[in-house]
Design a protein around this ligand. Structure first.
Ligand SMILES: NC(=O)C1=CN([C@@H]2O[C@H](COP(=O)(O)OP(=O)(O)OC[C@H]3O[C@@H](n4cnc5c(N)ncnc54)[C@H](OP(=O)(O)O)[C@@H]3O)[C@@H](O)[C@H]2O)C=CC1
Ligand SMILES: Cc1cn([C@H]2C[C@H](O)[C@@H](COP(=O)(O)OP(=O)(O)O[C@H]3O[C@@H](C)C(=O)[C@@H](O)[C@H]3O)O2)c(=O)[nH]c1=O
Ligand SMILES: [Mg+2]
Length: 288
């Protein structure tokens, strides 16, 4: 089986490349070979590679920057995945895409079901929702995996931010009223590979799925566990979202109901505290 992956440098893209299963031949395209700001080029790349399955792991992920740059975010996160999905539909091959908890409004405290109404609060969320809609409209076999709060040893993420800030500060103020599931990129890659193998065998298994790490926590609790596991003495103080103003609004409730993913693919929510230990070990080894 040949898999074409969009993205080489991102958190999920790197883990997909590092964990390619036996029997899968991977071709990964970076920005130099497939720029998502040029959606038609991405479709052309799919036709040229003639893969058995396509996974899109590239996206415009700068949430605050997207507020001023919504047009580009919408091309990259909305139009490009739509073009990719149409190219895959024409070839009759399954298309895999990663989406986000930020398509939801964050109301209430119940976990969001896959078919719960979407209402993004920010430009990034709107652009990701546009991608979901375009993929479904393409009409081919596909799976959209919504995940949240992605972390890994690579790229920019909350774990690395907390480690960096704790180098110079004894006290961090972190929002405690946004709740969600931190998700190691390595677990997302494993889920995507299982789903890819399953859908190539049976394309009717597609749809929209949720996948996040457990347990659900606040960013403040997440920060405390990062610092605890790294042996740092920096203290985390809970603050409210209103006391941490940012250009983009973020959902208060990012809990994802992942039960349908377990039922369809036997993929259970991973304990992110275990993945976090692996990430911290990786970063320590890299530094020494
Ligand atoms: N990060 C998170 O917390 C979450 C992410 N997601 C989704 O998961 C997926 C993977 O995210 P993640 O691995 O964290 O992403 P990263 O932010 O780690 O990396 C983004 C990737 O997209 C690439 N990219 C950005 N713009 C373009 C472009 N115009 N053309 C080609 N490539 C481009 C980047 O390439 P380059 O290095 O060249 O810039 C990079 O490889 C995305 O769909 C994201 O929306 C969902 C929930 C949470
Ligand atoms: C650095 C810092 C952040 N925060 C808050 C801001 C924010 O609410 C939260 C997390 O900050 P981040 O900048 O990592 O958040 P953000 O980049 O919005 O993370 C999101 O990225 C996109 C791509 C997704 O799809 C989401 O699932 C989610 O992971 O922590 C503090 O309260 N104090 C701080 O010192
Ligand atoms: Mg971010």
């Amino acid at each position: 089986m040949k898999a074409l992956v969009f993205g080489t440098t991102g958190q999920v893209a790197r883990e997909l490349a590092a964990t390619t299963p036996k029997g899968v031949r991977l071709e990964a395209l970076g920005r130099d070979r497939a720029d998502l700001s040029r959606p038609e080029k991405c479709a052309e790349a799919i036709r040229h590679a003639a893969p058995d399955v396509v996974i899109n792991a590239a996206a415009y992920t700068a949430v605050d920057r997207a507020e001023e740059d919504e047009a580009l975010a919408t091309v990259v996160n909305g139009e490009a995945p739509g073009e990719m999905a149409r190219a895959c539909a024409a070839l009759g091959i399954p298309f895999f895409h990663v989406s986000t908890d930020y398509v939801f409004s964050g109301e209430g405290d119940a976990p969001w079901a896959v078919d719960a109404p979407t209402r993004p609060l920010n430009a990034y969320g709107r652009s990701k929702l546009a991608g979901e809609t375009a993929i479904r409209a393409a009409g081919g076999p596909h799976a959209i995996l919504r995940t949240s709060w992605v972390v890994s040893g690579h790229g920019g993420n909350f774990v690395k931010t907390m480690l960096r800030l704790s180098e110079t500060r004894d006290r961090l103020t972190i929002v405690a009223d946004q709740i969600g599931g931190p998700t190691p990129a390595s677990d997302i890659a494993a889920a995507l590979w299982s789903m890819a193998v399953a859908l190539v065998a049976d394309p009717s298994k597609g749809g929209t799925f949720h996948f996040s790490g457990a347990p659900d926590v606040s960013w403040a609790d997440f920060a405390r566990e990062i610092l605890r596991q790294s042996g740092r003495t920096t203290v985390v103080e809970d603050i409210a979202t209103k006391d941490y103003p940012t250009p983009a609004r973020r959902p208060a409730n990012s809990r994802l109901d992942c039960r349908a993913t377990e039922a369809a693919f036997d993929i259970v929510r991973p304990d992110w505290r275990v993945g976090l230990t692996d990430i911290l070990n990786f970063l320590t080894d890299k530094a020494s």
